[in-house]
Design a binder for this molecule. Structure first.
Ligand SMILES: [Fe+2]
Ligand SMILES: [Fe+2]
Length: 198
């Protein structure tokens, strides 16, 4: 993929993630407030904090790339997040847990894609942070999957396909690993190829 193409895709993916984290933050705020179990409240509250943290990191990346959020997307995702947060109080225990797991599954791949685009446009310093966020999203998916697995409602709402093992995020073929035969260097804590240009 050409350098400029990777850069455009990286910015689009980050803008998508930035607004997605806004929706997630508001949705989880409603979610943890709606559950009664103390352990679940605490875990989902922590997940909410992690989504706000991701949003800050992604915002900084966009700024560093000379870009920023898309205002209309921000507004739409704010409304989505607030609506989901309110719905958590009325739809019962299962659906918010199920919906969260399903959405989290997609987030993992989005941060992995962003890491690939970052490498493609000469920004290896972003790769470690992006893959760390993918790993955190993997943990979120894992938590919600474990919550709904075996629940009688999964006969009506089948579980989404499982993710590969968490180690695969930095495994063979990952942007965090050197290509076969290529030399590598450590940037931002992640192993990345020295030659980023495609
Ligand atoms: Fe996140
Ligand atoms: Fe998440």
């Amino acid at each position: 993929m050409a350098h400029e193409d990777s850069r455009a895709r990286l910015i689009a993916e980050l803008q998508h993630a930035y607004s997605g984290e806004l929706a997630a933050g508001h949705a989880y705020r409603g979610h943890w407030r709606s559950v009664r179990d103390a352990g679940e409240r605490e875990r989902i509250r922590t997940i909410e904090d992690e989504e706000w943290h991701h949003r800050r990191l992604v915002g900084e990346m966009l700024e560093g790339l000379g870009s920023g959020p898309r205002p209309l997307r921000e507004l739409v995702f704010l409304l989505i997040g607030r609506t989901l947060g309110l719905l958590c109080h009325v739809v019962g225990w299962f659906l918010p847990m199920y919906g969260a797991g399903k959405l989290e599954r997609r987030n993992v791949g989005e941060y992995e894609d962003a890491a690939r685009y970052a490498l493609g446009c000469g920004h290896p310093e972003l790769v470690d942070c992006l893959l760390t966020m993918a790993e955190v999203e993997w943990e979120h998916e894992h938590y919600f999957r474990a919550k709904v697995e075996g629940h009688p409602w999964t006969r009506l709402f089948p579980l989404w396909p499982p993710l590969p093992a968490k180690e695969a995020i930095r495994g063979a073929g990952s942007p965090g690993r050197p290509q076969a035969g290529g030399s590598s260097s450590v940037a931002g804590g992640a192993l990345v190829p020295e030659r980023m240009e495609e």
